[in-house]
Design a protein around this ligand. Structure first.
Ligand code: FMN
Length: 207
């Protein structure tokens, strides 16, 4: 199958307009099951080391569970404040959308029980594969005008306990999924001058 230039341009648009969406920008509008399935299917098509497909996705709709995860976030967020000089700005940022979104998706890495092709020299390749699945999910969601926010300011082990998931798995990503009021044109942390966009020159070199 060959793609047209127009299709390639569409993919480029999806990639460039993907945003991390946070709780101050989510609508409570529900997501149809067929779209949730589409998003998850995109994850299942990600590349994985040795085709190990070491992922597990847990879709969370339950408000009590979301509340517990939110409390976990709040504790981690409080602890994190001391690390940043721009404290005033940091405390103004909304850095999650756990309760504002109709679904959260917890994405896990399933630790291998046998040797995996390609993972013999670096164990991390398994978790990298899970991150590839998350990126696929993020992009497919964007193509459906659905927003995702990745929440990393949590105690992952405690959240895994709250979710009652066996230690055969490891929580890699906790995603808040819902329709945004709007997709911002530029990353919020760039607009708020938390970080600058790195130039091509700075990050790409050739040998
Ligand atoms: C691994 C990972 C963890 C992240 N964790 C958080 C987070 O805890 N809270 C948050 O608000 N954004 C989080 N983000 C989103 C980034 O802040 C965001 O991707 C970045 O600022 C660029 O903005 P954009 O995604 O809108 O282009 C995370 C992104 C990644 C890839």
């Amino acid at each position: 199958m060959k793609f047209t230039k127009k299709q390639s341009k569409t993919l480029n648009n999806i990639i460039n307009s993907r945003r991390d969406v946070r709780g101050n920008n989510f609508l409570s509008k529900k997501i149809k099951k067929k779209y949730i399935n589409k998003i998850l299917d995109a994850g299942l098509h990600a590349p994985s080391v040795g085709f190990s497909q070491p992922w597990k996705f847990l879709v969370i709709k339950d408000d009590d569970i979301k509340q517990k995860v939110y409390e976990n976030f709040n504790q981690a967020y409080d602890k994190s404040k001391k690390y940043f000089k721009k404290r005033e700005l940091y405390t103004k940022l909304k850095l999650e959308g756990i309760r504002e979104t109709p679904i959260n998706i917890a994405v896990f890495y399933k630790k291998p029980t046998k040797k995996v092709l390609g993972q013999t020299s670096s164990k991390k390749m398994g978790e990298y594969s899970v991150v590839c699945a998350i990126q696929n999910i993020w992009l497919m969601a964007r193509s459906l005008n659905i927003g995702i926010g990745w929440v990393s300011i949590i105690d992952h082990k405690k959240v895994q306990k709250t979710l009652n998931v066996s230690s055969k798995y490891k929580l890699v990503g906790y995603l808040c999924v819902g329709y945004p009021k709007k997709f911002l044109d530029t990353p919020e942390l760039e607009t708020l001058k938390w970080e600058k966009k790195k130039t091509k020159k700075k990050v790409i070199s050739w040998l």
